[in-house]
Design a protein around this ligand. Structure first.
Ligand code: UD1
Length: 420
């Protein structure tokens, strides 16, 4: 199994190009199932394992998936024959649930394996299921599968989501595109990835309004047509590299981003002492050699601070000046990286959903293990400042969400290599 070896102590300085957003690419690729034709999707982070899993999933159903350039995929879903997402694929990627809405809306049938337990908490799919039922689907949970059927078309409905759910909103929005009549989704997620999916669907003939707000109104249409679309840049990848610069007291510029998507993260980097410069499609954070100051973080749905950046800021706080509290309000078990960071010498106390971190003068290298995607990234960040060589195991988690992380970090001056 691949491992990453990081020699700590190098101050990062330079620019890095950000890839397309994983969390936008996955629903967009699933959304191609709505179309009886060809869709070209560009700026896809093709090197990611989750993207490869999505390709497999679509191919399993009979869609033709062709990678044409380094970041472009052509999907032809006119050949779909099988409306099943099998356990073998769903278990490696929870986002496979995103095929439920498109399959049901276009073919009137979908069998999607239940995702099962997840390392970062319960993460149920009850809101996906109850929303589909409100759209007229009959759903049985049987033999570990969600088995959904509808006679004819789904019917528009008013759905009030009890909790803000990103993939839940996406799934219901996709299903509603081909439903008869109008669907209103209230308390919808407003994450930029949800917005990107809405723009994608509208570019294929869907009628979604209220995009970017918490009330989405979807007028169903009979069919979507083919087209081309470029995936939005990955704000979480961008945020991770900015923190990598900050933790090493360096200067990092992320290119090809949407700066507005990074507002909450940039506010925290400023608080940590970073000098932030912003251009049309780039952001730079310069620590001017200074030790970061401790910053409190509380995760919440967009536009507040993202849970997917929590672990990276935990890493920053382990070496910051002062004491910080990190409150995780989205997922109940998302502190597993804290134990591993303690192995590097971090001073962390956990009380329920709050971590209290006292910044240490330094960390020391130790073997650590990646536990989930963002947690793994935070271990790489901590390793960048730990004294000595840190070995990070189980990095397949990192490969789910960061394209060529070692290459990109080396480009910024880090000493990091992959061992097979
Ligand atoms: C998505 C992102 C993930 C991010 C998360 C929160 C993708 C592929 N993944 O995950 O990176 O960390 O949003 O921003 O886009 N919930 C329910 N019932 C449901 C669905 C969700 O109770 O049916 C709860 C979850 O347990 C969690 C909260 O809602 O506590 C938010 O989860 P959700 O937004 O659905 O996360 P994902 O869409 O799985």
């Amino acid at each position: 199994m691949d491992q990453l070896l990081v020699q700590g102590g190098r101050r990062l300085d330079g620019a890095v190009q950000i890839s397309g957003a994983k969390n936008a690419a996955l629903p967009i690729l699933a959304g191609c199932l709505l179309v009886d034709g060809t869709v070209t999707v560009s700026n896809v982070p093709i090197a990611l394992r989750d993207v490869a899993t999505t390709h497999q999933l679509l191919a399993h159903m009979g869609a033709q998936v062709t990678v044409t350039t380094a970041a472009t995929v052509v999907v032809d879903a006119s050949t779909v024959v099988e409306c099943v997402a099998p356990y073998e694929l769903v278990k490696t990627m929870r986002a496979s649930i995103l095929v439920l809405g498109p399959l049901l809306a276009r073919f009137g049938a979908a069998d999607v394996s239940l995702p099962g337990g997840c390392a970062i908490g319960e993460r149920p799919v009850d809101l996906h299921v109850s929303g589909m039922r409100q759209l007229g689907a009959e759903i049985r949970i049987e033999n570990g599968f969600i088995k959904a059927r509808v006679d004819g078309r789904l019917r528009g409905a008013r759905i009030v989501l009890e909790t803000v759910t990103v993939t839940g909103t996406e799934n219901l929005m996709m299903a509603a595109c081909l439903a008869e009549g109008t669907t209103i989704i209230e308390n919808a997620a407003r994450e930029p990835e949800v917005t990107d999916l809405a723009h994608f669907l509208n570019s294929l003939g869907a009628r979604i309004s209220g995009v970017g707000t918490d009330t989405l109104v979807i007028e169903g249409v009979l069919r979507l047509h083919g087209g081309s679309y470029a995936v939005v840049p990955d704000r979480i990848e961008a945020g991770t590299y900015l923190v990598a610069g900050a933790i090493t007291r360096g200067r990092v510029r992320v290119n090809r981003v949407v700066p507005g998507h990074l507002d909450a993260v940039l506010a925290k980097l400023r608080e940590a002492g970073g000098l932030i410069s912003i251009g049309a499609d780039w952001v730079e954070c310069d620590m001017r050699g200074a030790r970061p100051k401790a910053v409190d973080v509380r995760t919440a749905p967009y536009p507040a601070f993202p849970t997917d950046m929590q672990a990276q800021f935990a890493a920053l706080n382990t070496v910051a000046d002062g004491v910080a509290t990190i409150v995780e309000t989205i997922f109940e078990n998302r502190f597993m990286h804290m134990d591993e960071m303690r192995r590097l010498g971090a001073e962390i106390r956990i009380e329920g959903n709050t971590a209290i971190i006292r910044g240490a003068n330094g960390l020391t290298a130790a073997p650590v293990m990646a536990t989930d995607l963002r947690a793994s990234a935070s271990l790489v960040l901590a390793a960048l400042v730990a004294d000595g060589c840190t070995r990070i195991e189980r990095i397949y988690h990192i490969d789910r969400g960061y394209e060529r992380i070692e290459e990109k970090l080396r480009g910024l001056g880090a000493e990091i290599r992959r061992e097979h």
